[in-house]
Design a protein around this ligand. Structure first.
Ligand code: PEP
Ligand code: MG
Length: 580
C-alpha cells in the first residue's frame, strides 16, 4: 500500500480499479489470459519485441544521420534494452506464471525498473524517460489499434493522469469515472472546478506518482482529505468502505436544508447562489436549494466545439438555464476564454507566451467584436425570459467597462430595429479579480450595478502565483493577509456606492471561510452547487457577533498559515464532518 498526498479539490470518496493515463494516454488494465492461450500470447509478445527493436534500430540510423551518432546511440541503447534476454524472461515469466496479458506484464516489469532507477538517485532517475519510451514502443506494437482511451470506457474506473485539460475533464462521464487524480494542477484550476461541477471526487497536484501504479490496481481517492491510496491493504479498504457510506449519509442529512433560508442564528440573511459551467447543472442547483445562478461560466460552450457557437446556440443554452431557474436570478458571465481555457489565438491558432497576462477574457472579447456581439445578443434575448444580469470577467480598467457597456448599447439598438424582445434595464456588473479593479473599486462602483469577487484570479494576480501550478500551490491562499485586505477594500467600496457584492471564487465554497466572509460584511455567496448545503448549514449555525469577531481577529494575523489554522479551528467547532 502507498499513500500519496495532493490537493483535495472535489469532495467524496471512491474506490475502484485504476485507469492510468500517462502522457500518451495508454491504459493498461490488469487482464488475464486463458491457460490455453499462454503459448500464443508469448508468441505475440515476441513478435512485438522484435518489431519494437527494429523500430528503435531504424530510429538509431535516422537520428544519427540527422543529428550525429551520439544522439542516434540513445535509440541504439533502447534497441539493446528491448532485446535484453533478462527483460524478455521477466515479462514471459509473468505471462506463464501469473497468466497476465503481455501488455500488463510489459508495463509491470518496465515500471518496476523505473522505480529501481529512481531509488538509485538522480543520475539513474534521468533514465526513466528512456524506460517509458521503451515501454510505449513495445505497447504500441502489442496494442495496435486497440488503445483504450477515456472516450471508450465501458466499466467504472478511477482515472489517474499526469494532467487533464479542462475539455478532457468536461468530457468525463461521472457514471464511469468514479474519481480522478492528477500529478499536476492547483486548487482553483479549471480542471478542479469542473470536477466539482461534475461531482466527481478529485485530488490534483500530487507530483509524480504514475509510475508507481499499473492499470486495474485497486485505488482509493479521498477527495475530502486530498489522498490517493494505491493498492490499499484490507484494513484501509474496510475503513474507506465505511467512510464512503458515512459520507453518503452526511450528504443525505443535508438534503433537508434545501428549502430553509440561509439565515444566521440571529437573523442576518445571506444569499446563496450557485456557479455553473453547463446548463445541465441547473437541476443540481435546484436540488440543493440554490437561490439563483451567481456565476454562469459560458466559455465552456466553446471548449468542445470545433467552431464558435452561433447566436442561437448561445441563446438555447441561456434560455434553458433561465427557464429552469423559474424566476430566480441568473448572472451570465461573458466569455472568459484564454489562459488555460482555449489559449490559442482565435485566428492564427498560436499560443501566447504568457497567456495568463495576455489576451484573455474581456480583452479578447473587445478584440473580437463579432464574437462578443453574438454572445451579447443572445444574452439580451434571454433577458426577456427572466431576471438575467450580464457580468464581465477580468475587468482591469474603467475603459474596458465603458467600451463593453457601449457595445451592449449598440446591440440593444440592433435588437430594437429587428423588433426582438429584451430587458432594457438589464443589470450589468463586473468581476473583481485583478488588483487594479480593487484599487479602482470606488470608481467602478459608480458605473456598475454589482460586483462579484473572483477570488481565484484575485489570489493569483495579487500573490503572483499561477493557480494551476502545484509547485507554488503552498503560496496560493485565500487567507493571505494581502488578499484579505483587498477583499475588505472591495466590501467598503460596495457599501459606499450601494453596489451589491457577492463572492464567487472557490473561497466562497470552502466552509473554513464562511465566518470570515460574513463577518467582513459579505452577504452573497455563489458556490459550486454541491457545496450549497454545507455552507448553508454553517450560515444557519453562526451568529453575526461571532462572525464579526472572527473577521476582526483574522485581520490582525500577518500570515496565511496562522490565519487558516485559526479559521479551521473555528469552522471545525461548527461542522466537524467536513472541516478536516
Ligand atoms: C475567479 O477567478 O475567482 C472566478 C470565479 O473565475 P474563474 O475561476 O472562472 O476564473
Ligand atoms: Mg476568474
Amino acid at each position: 500500500m502507498e499513500i500519496k498526498r495532493g490537493i483535495a479539490v472535489s469532495p467524496g470518496v471512491a474506490i475502484g480499479p485504476a485507469m492510468v493515463l500517462d502522457a500518451e494516454g495508454f491504459r493498461i488494465p490488469k487482464r488475464f489470459v486463458k491457460e490455453s492461450a499462454v503459448v500464443s500470447e508469448v508468441r505475440r509478445l515476441e513478435h512485438a519485441l522484435e518489431k519494437a527493436r527494429d523500430e528503435a534500430l531504424g530510429n538509431e540510423s535516422l537520428i544519427a544521420g540527422k543529428l550525429g551518432h551520439e544522439y542516434g546511440a540513445i535509440f541504439g541503447a533502447h534497441a539493446q534494452m528491448i532485446s535484453d534476454p533478462k527483460l524478455r524472461r521477466e515479462i514471459v515469466g509473468l505471462i506463464e506464471e501469473q497468466s497476465f496479458t503481455p501488455e500488463y506484464a510489459t508495463s509491470r516489469v518496465l515500471r518496476r525498473y523505473v522505480q529501481i532507477f529512481e531509488a538509485a538517485g538522480p543520475a539513474a532517475a534521468s533514465r526513466r524517460s528512456d524506460l517509458f519510451d521503451v515501454e510505449h514502443r513495445i505497447l504500441r506494437h502489442l496494442l495496435g489499434e486497440q488503445r483504450e482511451e477515456l472516450s471508450h470506457l465501458t466499466t467504472p474506473v478511477i482515472v489517474l493522469a499526469h494532467d487533464l485539460t479542462p475539455s478532457e475533464t468536461a468530457g468525463l462521464d461521472p457514471k464511469l469515472v468514479k474519481a480522478f487524480a492528477t500529478e499536476e494542477g492547483g486548487r482553483t484550476s479549471h480542471t478542479a472546478i469542473l470536477a466539482g461541477a461534475l461531482e466527481i471526487p478529485a485530488v490534483v497536484g500530487i507530483g509524480r506518482f504514475l509510475n508507481d501504479v499499473s492499470g486495474a490496481d485497486t485505488v482509493i481517492i479521498d477527495g475530502n482529505r486530498g489522498l490517493v491510496i494505491l493498492s490499499p491493504d484490507e484494513k484501509t479498504l474496510a475503513e474507506y468502505e465505511h467512510t464512503e457510506e458515512e459520507f453518503h449519509h452526511f450528504e443525505e442529512s443535508l438534503v433537508k436544508l434545501r428549502d430553509l433560508p440561509a439565515i444566521t442564528a440571529d437573523g442576518e440573511r445571506i444569499t446563496l447562489m450557485a456557479n455553473i459551467e453547463f446548463p445541465t447543472e441547473v437541476e443540481h442547483c435546484l436540488d440543493r436549494g440554490a437561490e439563483g445562478i451567481g456565476l454562469y461560466r459560458t466559455e465552456f460552450l466553446y471548449l468542445d466545439a470545433k467552431r464558435p457557437p452561433t447566436e442561437d446556440e448561445h441563446y438555447e443554452a441561456y434560455s434553458r438555464v433561465v427557464s429552469a431557474m423559474n424566476g430566480r436570478p441568473v448572472v451570465i458571465r461573458t466569455l472568459d476564454l484564454g489562459a488555460d481555457k482555449l489559449a490559442e489565438d482565435l485566428e492564427s491558432g498560436e499560443r501566447e507566451r504568457n497567456p495568463f497576462l495576455g489576451l484573455r477574457s474581456i480583452r479578447l472579447c473587445l478584440r473580437h467584436l463579432e464574437i462578443f456581439k453574438t454572445q451579447l445578443r443572445a444574452i439580451l434575448r434571454a433577458s426577456s425570459l427572466g431576471p438575467v444580469s450580464i457580468m464581465f470577467p477580468l475587468v482591469s480598467t474603467l475603459m474596458e467597462l465603458r467600451q463593453a457597456k457601449m457595445l451592449i448599447g449598440n446591440v440593444m439598438e440592433d435588437l430594437d430595429e429587428e423588433g426582438q424582445k429584451f430587458n432594457r434595464a438589464v443589470a450589468v456588473g463586473i468581476m473583481i479579480e485583478v488588483p487594479s479593479a480593487v484599487i479602482m473599486a470606488d470608481q467602478f462602483g459608480r458605473e456598475t450595478d454589482f460586483f462579484s469577487l473572483g477570488t481565484n484570479d484575485l489570489i493569483q494576480y495579487t500573490l503572483a502565483v499561477d493557480r494551476n501550478n502545484q509547485n507554488v500551490a503552498n503560496l496560493f491562499s485565500a487567507a493571505d493577509p494581502a488578499v484579505l485586505r483587498l477583499i475588505r477594500m472591495v466590501v467598503k467600496a460596495s457599501k459606499r456606492h450601494n453596489v451589491p457584492l457577492s463572492v464567487c471564487g472557490e473561497m466562497s465554497a470552502d466552509p473554513i471561510y464562511t465566518l470570515l466572509l460574513v463577518g467582513l460584511g459579505i452577504r452573497g455567496l455563489s458556490v459550486t452547487p454541491h457545496s450549497i448545503p454545507e455552507i448553508k448549514k454553517i450560515v444557519r449555525s453562526i451568529k453575526m457577533s461571532d462572525a464579526v469577531k472572527v473577521a476582526r481577529k483574522v485581520m490582525t494575523i500577518d500570515n496565511a498559515r496562522d490565519a487558516i489554522n485559526y479559521l479551521r479551528g473555528e469552522a471545525r467547532k461548527i461542522l466537524p464532518e467536513v472541516v478536516g
